[in-house]
Ligand binder design. Sequence first.
Ligand code: SF4
Ligand code: F3S
Length: 107
Amino acid sequence: MTFVVTENCIRCKYTDCVEVCPVDCFYEGPNFLVIHPDECIDCALCEPECPAEAIFAEDELPSDQQGFIEINAELAEVWPNITEKKDPPEDAEAWDGKPGKLEHLER
Ligand code: SF4
Ligand code: F3S
C-alpha cells in the first residue's frame, strides 16, 4: 500500500507533510506534491499534518480521487525530491477546498 496526495493539495502546497516523512518520499512539482508509492512505508505520519487534508491511505481514497494513484506514481518518477518545508503560495488559503482543481495541475 501507499499514501496518496490528492486534488486539494493543488495550489495549496503547504509542505507540512514533508517534514514528518521518515523516508523522504515526497516529490515536488510547480503547484503540487506527490508521494512515491514504492518508497512510502505507510507510516501514516503525514496524513494528519496536511492542513488541506489532501493525504489519504490508498485504500481510503474517496472514489473521485482514484485517479491520483496514477498521478502520484507517474510524477514521482520525474519531479525532484523535497525534504524541507517551504512557504506555501500566497493564495493557498483561497484555494483550499475549491472544487475542480485538477485542471490547474502544472506538470
Ligand atoms: Fe512518508 Fe509515512 Fe506519509 Fe508514506 S505515510 S509519505 S512514509 S510520512
Ligand atoms: Fe500538499 Fe498538504 Fe503536503 S497541501 S504539500 S499534501 S501538507
